[in-house]
Design a protein around this ligand. Structure first.
Ligand SMILES: [Zn+2]
Length: 179
């Protein structure tokens, strides 16, 4: 199954894409990645995101505020919070990021792949006009040199494969009942 993913080692540790400011200090004092920590705004459970991912995605002037700690990402489409630190002392709203979070209800554009900047519209076009239905074919169609950097480009820090496939599925479904 792993060879269907765009990241050779999906979910594994980051490779060095740009210098990782926080890596010399080692891990957090305690690993809280399995702990349940709720979003301070909507009280829904957030997914663990490493500090390096957050640093790559918040606006330049906010990077210093991100500190060294790990974060949670709020996956609630209606909530304005993007990231919150595990001790809840730092919160970044979705407008604090350089890119929109694809699943938030007002996201525009909606990126299927943040590495190659392929949007939902691009996926729909590839499916309907080019008859492409495989993620990797679509990715190559738009970005022949595509390199996967999901660990720092995707806001979740994880591989975009599942989201990408959802967009393809949606595009295919829309194709049959012609818009
Ligand atoms: Zn929230």
């Amino acid at each position: 199954m792993s060879d269907n993913y765009c990241c050779p080692e999906s979910g594994k540790t980051a490779s060095t894409v740009i210098p990782m400011v926080c890596d010399h200090s080692g891990r957090n004092e305690q690993d809280r990645s399995n702990e349940l920590i709720l979003c301070p705004a909507c009280q829904k459970e957030g997914d663990h995101v490493r500090n390096v991912t957050v640093r790559h995605l918040v606006k330049k002037e906010l990077i210093a505020r991100a500190g060294q700690c790990d974060y949670r990402i709020c996956m609630n489409e209606k909530c304005d919070v993007a990231y919150y630190s595990e001790n809840l002392s730092i919160v970044f709203g979705k407008e604090d990021l350089k890119v929109p979070l694809w699943y938030k209800e007002d996201a525009s554009p909606r990126y299927a792949c943040y590495c190659s900047r392929i949007t939902e519209e691009d996926v729909i076009r590839a499916v309907r006009e080019q008859n492409l239905t495989e993620m990797n074919t679509i990715r190559k169609h738009y970005d022949p040199e595509a390199k996967c950097q999901c660990n720092v480009k995707n806001p979740t820090g994880k591989c975009c494969t599942n989201t990408f496939k959802e967009f393809i599925k949606k595009a295919l479904a829309g194709r049959s009942n012609k818009k």
